[in-house]
Design a protein around this ligand. Structure first.
Ligand code: NDP
Ligand code: 2IT
Length: 448
């Protein structure tokens, strides 16, 4: 082992010691550091000038109490978080996640990933993430509004259109963004682009709703074409049935694929005739119901309780679009056995390290989350541009920008992998390309 990789190993040890009991954060940092060995070999100043040590330490962590009252008069106290991880190349930018599994380690892993993803978009946005252990499921609109208002009453002190711009993530969609934006506007008495994913009537961008799922397919399409493959006629399995999964399904079908399975946290659905996306949208986006209800209208489809086995369905392309570590080593082996030739990550860190290793070893094309799901945040940055200009672009204009951004991003990740002797390894290429821009900016600032 050489001295530079020894340094990175030591740094990883310190990250584990200084952030105990945060396995998702350790996983995210470990994955990035392991691909940076050849980079610090070539540019040791990233170590000697302190860039590596600063990179793994958030600039600021904000943690706060969120009290709210439900409709029965009972008081609840949730925890709110915002991790402002890195502002080297722009204001902190990243979503808010409302899910009972949220704790500091989840937000740190997501904020860390966001640094590189945002850099890869080529747009001026730093990395941040936030959220709460609040569970919006089963709550009335009034309760969600009360929670969001309480959350923003604390968060507004720390964010702003040139400081930190939150958006949605799991459990935070257009309803929540509306309540959050309304409260920010009221508290600050100003109308600015402080959140993205806003409704179209109050400053949102056309195509932001579709952007992550569409962008995932644009990226996957570049990767498939380079390998002489494509979506046409492919059987696709998609996990999740939220924002990312729905629009990945829509674009994959437009590209000529047949999506045969989708899921939610309760179980998965198999529809050999191809998923009826209008029905899924009605159930999940409009009625907030369960995916299991799909079979009431499509009796030939099968519903299976539990979502892990979705990866045992034979398919050509798999798009994990639900949550972290949802696709493990066994799932990867099942996909390989079923003939899968490409996996593109729509969720953040959905594949475990063991799964990634197994897929890459079997020659399955692999598109890493940081690159493949960057279309959402890229379009958020386009929403910020439109808000600053007090102007808006058409759906087609935004979609064109998105396509170009995803194509450039694919080329940059692919080129970086090649330059550092790992041709075809898009995971390493994305880490390196995302890192370099941030690291060079940090070097330019000196010790700050
Ligand atoms: P949504 O809340 O819209 O949908 C999440 C979907 O994943 C739902 O179907 C949900 O099922 C399922 N899910 C959530 N948690 C779990 C779990 N622990 N186990 C199994 N299934 C689960 O979120 P998004 O679609 O916005 O986000 C999905 C993923 O994409 C996340 O990893 C997010 O970080 C990532 N992402 C999102 C972007 C965006 O723009 N929205 C951008 C880039 C990445 P159920 O309804 O039963 O909870
Ligand atoms: O993980 C992500 O990139 C998001 N949830 C979107 C963030 C954003 O600011 O649009």
């Amino acid at each position: 082992m050489n001295i530079r990789s020894e340094y990175l190993n030591g740094l990883m040890e310190r990250v584990i010691q200084r952030n105990p009991a945060e396995p998702e954060f350790h996983q995210a940092v470990g994955e990035v550091l392991s691909s940076l060995v050849p980079v610090v070999e070539a540019r040791p100043e990233y170590i000697t000038e302190g860039v590596m040590d600063c990179l793994v330490e958030p600039e600021r962590i904000i943690k706060f109490r969120v009290p709210w009252e439900d409709e029965k008069g009972q008081i609840h106290v949730n925890r709110g978080f915002r991790v402002q991880f890195n502002s080297a190349i722009g204001p902190y930018k990243g979503g808010l996640r409302f899910h009972p599994s949220v704790y500091e380690g989840i937000i740190k892993f997501l904020g860390f990933e966001q640094i590189f993803k945002n850099s890869l978009t080529g747009l001026p946005i730093g990395g941040g993430k936030g959220g709460s252990d609040f569970d919006p499921k089963g709550r009335t609109d009034l309760e969600v509004m009360r929670f969001c208002q309480s959350f923003m009453t604390e968060l507004f002190k720390y964010i702003g259109p040139d400081t930190d711009v939150p958006a949605g993530d799991i459990g935070v969609g257009s309803r929540e963004i509306g309540y959050l934006f309304g409260q920010y506007k009221r508290l600050r008495n100003e109308f600015t682009g402080v959140l993205t994913g806003k409704g179209l009537s109050y400053g949102g961008s056309l195509a932001r709703t579709e952007a992550t799922g569409y962008g995932l397919c644009y990226f996957a399409d570049c990767m498939l074409r380079d390998a002489g493959r494509g979506f046409e006629g492919a059987r696709v399995v998609i996990s999740g049935s939220g924002n990312v999964a729905i629009y990945a399904c829509e674009k994959a079908a437009q590209f000529g694929a047949k999506v045969v399975a989708m899921s939610d946290s309760g179980g998965y659905l198999y529809d050999g005739d191809g998923i009826d996306l209008a029905l899924v949208k009605q159930l999940k986006e409009v009625q907030r119901r369960r995916i299991s209800d799909y079979v009431e209208s499509r009796p030939r489809a099968e519903y299976h309780a539990g979502c892990r086995d979705i990866w045992s369905i034979p398919c050509d392309i798999a798009l994990p679009c639900a949550t972290q570590n949802e696709l493990d080593g066994n799932a990867a082996r099942a996909l390989i056995a079923g003939g899968c030739f490409a996996v593109a990550e729509g969720a953040n860190m959905p594949c475990t390290p063991e799964a990634v290793e197994a897929l890459q070893a079997a020659g399955v094309l692999f598109a890493p989350a940081k690159a493949a799901n960057a279309g959402g945040v890229a379009t958020s940055a386009l929403e910020m541009s439109q808000n600053s200009m007090r102007f808006y672009w058409s759906f087609e204009e935004v979609d064109e920008h998105l396509k170009r951004i995803m194509t450039d991003l694919y080329r940059n990740a692919s080129r970086a992998a090649e330059q550092y002797g790992m041709a075809g390894n898009l995971a390493a290429g994305a880490n390196i390309a995302g890192f370099l821009k941030v690291a060079d900016s940090m070097l330019a600032y000196g010790v700050v």
